[in-house]
Design a protein around this ligand. Structure first.
Ligand SMILES: NC(=O)c1ccc[n+]([C@@H]2O[C@H](COP(=O)([O-])OP(=O)(O)OC[C@H]3O[C@@H](n4cnc5c(N)ncnc54)[C@H](OP(=O)(O)O)[C@@H]3O)[C@@H](O)[C@H]2O)c1
Length: 396
């Protein structure tokens, strides 16, 4: 009888465990507890939820990025044997703890440093955070190559692109077309959008996600960020990247080959499918979510995005062409704008307005070529400062 050694559990860490992606990842992990050993879970300020997840998934380490939340976390996990830490250094330490697979699901450019630490382990990083590629794509991909890290895209469109592109040489790919749901304002006039508040913008028709990415989806900035992300992930030039609006969110990406064939990946809109693809990679795992029934759906529709009503997509495309640190400026201005919109300090159309003004005001920054994460953060900080200065001009 051949000896069959039991597979050891995969050691995993989740950066941003308390968020929408983090929770969906833990949902999959919790269904197969013997397959995984949870090394570290991190959050920002949501101590109660982090403590609950750490206990349920028997994490070795729980970290809050917010140093002020240390005592609360310590108290919440007292007597559990789970190691507790807080603050930016502890977050980096969590990302550096040896793990076979690390989910990078912190929202915003705040995820850049910890994700780079994860990349430097040279194992596998599942990348949900898109802002770190938008802001520091060149340096990020350089680190991935230098450490031989397996980078697994988690965004449904990029996961779909990876699946459709596998086995085909890059020069045989004519175009990677990302689909966009169009968000809650797809059919709204600009006048109607002008008076939309967070409550309406947060009502995504198909996906349940964190607040920042939901607002980005409503403005179509999300699709612009994803174009930049795809450019870095797949080393594709801007002219080989495109967007089509597909309100049903069933087809996630279409890859046009040079022989005329188009390969697409389809699934019901549930982030657990692309997360599972990255978690089980290079295998597949079982996910108990809704199965696609095309006959029941009846039809799938596609539209060209409207650059007039959704100027954020145009701005991101321009930034993709500019390259350099334009992405860091775009992202910083957008993070400031989305936070202000969520606090009712900026109207919906002011999001793209503020981003456009900031990009114009940062012409001296957009030509720079960041060499390190520190350079990216410096540009990010300066662009944020200028965006905040211009905020009153756009404020509602
Ligand atoms: N949700 C989706 O379906 C989806 C799809 C594709 C891509 N993405 C991308 O994945 C990333 C996460 O999205 P999400 O929807 O999961 O976001 P989310 O629900 O807002 O969760 C964000 C996570 O990051 C933590 N966090 C926030 N600020 C932080 C900081 N300054 N330092 C360290 N941790 C911080 C949060 O902790 P607290 O809970 O303590 O605040 C939470 O764990 C984003 O880049 C998004 O664009 C998301």
């Amino acid at each position: 009888m051949p000896h069959t050694s039991a597979k050891r559990p995969k050691r995993i860490t989740i950066l941003g465990a308390t968020g929408s992606i983090g929770e969906s990842t833990l949902d999959l992990v919790g269904r197969n507890p013997d397959d995984y050993e949870v090394v570290a879970l991190t959050g920002n300020k949501n101590v109660a939820r982090l403590a609950e997840l750490a206990v349920r998934h028997r994490a070795k380490l729980a970290v809050v990025a917010d140093a002020g939340s240390y005592k609360d976390l310590l108290l919440a996990l007292a007597g559990t044997g789970i190691e507790v830490a807080a603050g930016p250094k502890a977050l980096l330490e969590a990302a550096s703890r040896p793990a076979d697979w690390i989910m990078a699901a912190i929202v915003g450019v705040a995820g850049l440093r910890p994700t780079l630490r994860a990349v430097r382990q040279g194992t596998a990083v599942a990348l949900a955070n898109k802002e770190c590629l938008v802001s520091g794509g060149e340096i990020f991909m350089r680190e991935v190559a230098a450490h031989g890290t397996t980078l697994l895209p988690v965004d449904s469109e990029h996961s779909a692109a990876k699946q459709a592109m596998t086995g085909t040489d890059l020069d045989r790919i004519e175009c990677v077309c990302l689909t966009a749901s169009g968000g809650p304002f797809r059919t709204w006039s600009a006048e109607r959008m002008a008076s939309a508040g967070p409550e309406q913008a947060l009502k995504h028709p198909n996906w349940s996600m964190g607040a920042k990415v939901t607002i980005d989806s409503a403005s179509l900035m999300n699709k612009g960020l994803e174009l930049i992300e795809a450019h870095h992930l797949f080393t594709l030039p801007p002219e080989k990247l495109d967007v089509v609006v597909h309100p049903q969110s069933i087809v996630h990406c279409l890859v046009q080959m040079t022989d005329g064939a188009v390969l697409a990946q389809l699934s019901c809109p549930d982030m657990r499918t692309p997360i599972a693809y990255s978690l089980a990679w290079p295998e597949r795992m079982h996910v108990p979510n809704e199965r696609l029934d095309l006959a029941k759906l009846g039809s799938l529709t596609f539209e060209t995005p409207d650059p007039e009503r959704f100027p954020a997509l145009r701005l991101a495309k321009e930034v993709l062409e500019t390259g350099g640190s334009a992405g860091a400026v775009l992202n910083a201005a957008n993070e400031v704008a989305v936070a202000a919109f969520l606090e009712n300090r900026l109207g919906f159309l002011g999001i793209a307005g503020l981003v456009e003004t900031t990009l114009a005001d940062c012409a001296d920054l957009t030509g720079l070529s960041p060499e390190s994460a520190e350079d990216v953060y410096e540009i990010d900080e300066e662009a944020r400062r200028r965006a905040r200065d211009r905020l009153p001009r756009w404020a509602s």
